[in-house]
Design a protein around this ligand. Sequence first.
Ligand code: 9UX
Length: 122
Amino acid sequence: MDRLAGSPDLVALVIELEIGGMTCASCASRIEKKLNRLDGVTATVNYATEKAKVTYPAGITTDDLVATVEKTGYTASLPARAVADGNEDEPDELKPLRHYYRGYAAQIAAKTAAVANQGKAK
Ligand code: 9UX
């Protein structure tokens, strides 16, 4: 806990909020702007994963962050598994990608099966 000792201004916490109610990519930037307007807060909102990664100073609570998102017209909740221990299972960026590849792989499998069946028919 002494990593940042002597640099109190640099002490920052990170949380990943689950955001609900975003219906287009601009929603994400709306939330992002609202959160970033809070003193000392840096937020990036990912529309695809419906998550907001927020770095915030000790003077702000997660309740403040949730309230800010809700005031903007969306829902926010703390992650089921808290990020407090720093054990993020995987980078968020990979989730939509993985989803994409799953769909793609299924399509290839279907095409391959179709072609194989065609071959048999001849
Ligand atoms: Mo897109 Mo979000 O037109 O509040 S900005 S739905």
